[in-house]
Design a protein around this ligand. Structure first.
Ligand SMILES: NC(=O)c1ccc[n+]([C@@H]2O[C@H](COP(=O)([O-])OP(=O)(O)OC[C@H]3O[C@@H](n4cnc5c(N)ncnc54)[C@H](O)[C@@H]3O)[C@@H](O)[C@H]2O)c1
Ligand SMILES: [Zn+2]
Length: 367
């Protein structure tokens, strides 16, 4: 079924009718829209859920919709995003009688969407998958774009597939139970999206930054951030070109995460990486201090780090090894202005070093 046709059966608050071939439904409570969607498909489905209690409760509700074969709670967490968990989940699917014509409905954050999406894309050579996103990261990033996967010894997300879901439901009410540190993980990606998109999204975040998270209009923010990601992904599903824009802040970010032995979370890495990308853009004469300071001020207000004690040599080594793994060159995504970001920029190593050294010092003036 084409996305447009499925969109018509949805009645939730916001439906991003994206250039992707599947609908993304954003609502405070997307359960009614999901029920309609499932009824319209008329397919048997089985629910896989992160065993976290708030998420599992939502999943049990979905498991009461007509056509449900059952609900399988799976204890997750990054450490469990592994092939061993995939095997357990797929065994459980077989035991529950999920046939080739079943749909898998997954619920949870980015670990759930990566892992359950991967399970679905390989179960019986691939069955359709739908994700109900319950973390900010899953809503604005992980569940959108069709990348699934698991971590292996050699590195994170090194085994996986590009498999589109049949739909994504972003349940913004779920953010009420999400710890603030997890909200910040998602915000790092939203700030990134804001710099790529430019004015409206970035200005909203800048305005909201001093306010407590529970007061934020999450529905609108999530919708805007999703639009940025889907627009870019639709142009480049296999990550051959423009999708690299979404890696703004990530070359530095990944290196800092790795070099810190993952003491620095992904979101914190991205926040630091956004400072680093800004500094590199300044040093190569393509950015204005005024805009750089606006980004720094916003990141600081959101309670994310701008400074790290990771040593230059360690971060550089991590960057080189990442580059080798991905068989790529060391290239950067750099802002020219907020709203105009370029990718594939080669930069002399001495400038990268200088920026890494600067990250160990107080942020440059935000005045
Ligand atoms: N495929 C992609 O394009 C892509 C993009 C970004 C991130 N990712 C992946 O996403 C993962 C990170 O996602 P994440 O940050 O959502 O982590 P996560 O899925 O581990 O969720 C974070 C924590 O919140 C809990 N949780 C989930 N929903 C909750 C809720 N509503 N209330 C309370 N607690 C809740 C989870 O049990 C977990 O403890 C990483 O593995 C990363 O590689 C993938
Ligand atoms: Zn990221």
């Amino acid at each position: 079924m084409v996305a447009q046709e499925e969109d018509r059966v949805l009645t939730a608050d916001v439906i991003v009718n994206t250039d992707l071939r599947y609908p993304i439904c954003i609502g405070d409570d997307t359960r009614p829209a999901l029920a309609t969607f499932l009824e319209h498909r008329g397919q048997r489905f089985i629910v896989l859920t992160d065993a976290q209690p708030d998420v599992a409760r939502l999943a049990r509700d979905i498991g009461r919709f007509p056509g449900a074969l059952g609900v399988l709670p799976v204890p997750l967490g990054e450490a469990r995003k592994r092939l061993t968990t995939v095997e357990k989940v797929q065994d459980a699917l077989l035991a529950a009688g999920a046939a080739r014509d079943a749909l898998i409905v997954g619920g949870g954050g980015g670990v759930a969407s990566d892992l359950f999406g991967f399970c679905a894309s390989t179960y019986m050579r691939g069955v359709p998958y739908l994700h109900v996103a319950t973390t900010l990261v899953a809503m604005v990033d992980a569940a959108v774009g069709g990348k699934t996967g698991v971590d292996v010894r050699a590195g994170k997300n090194m085994v996986g597939t590009f498999t589109d879901p049949v739909a994504v439901f972003a349940q913004t009410a779920a953010l009420q139970t999400l710890p603030y540190r997890q909200i910040r993980e998602g915000l790092a990606e939203i700030v990134k999206a804001g710099i790529i998109e430019g004015h409206e999204l970035f200005e909203s975040i800048e305005t909201l930054a001093p306010h407590a998270f529970w007061r934020w209009p999450w529905l609108e923010i999530v919708a805007e951030a999703i639009k940025v990601k889907t627009m870019i992904v639709a142009d480049d599903r296999q990550e051959a070109g423009i999708r690299q824009l979404l890696n703004l802040g990530h070359t530095f970010g990944h290196a800092l995460e790795t070099a810190s032995g993952y003491r620095i979370t992904h979101g914190a890495g991205v926040a630091l990486g956004l400072r680093a990308a800004g500094l590199l853009a300044l040093r190569t004469g393509r950015y204005s201090e005024e805009e750089h300071f606006r980004v720094l001020a916003t990141i600081a207000l959101l309670g994310m780090p701008l400074r790290t004690s990771v040593r230059v040599e360690d971060a550089l080594a991590a960057m080189q090894s990442d580059k080798k793994k991905r068989a790529g060159k060391l290239r950067f995504v750099l802002p020219r202005t907020i709203g105009d970001v370029e990718y594939g920029v080669e930069v002399p190593e001495r400038l990268v070093r200088a920026v890494l050294a600067q990250l160990r010092r107080q942020p440059e003036s935000t005045g």
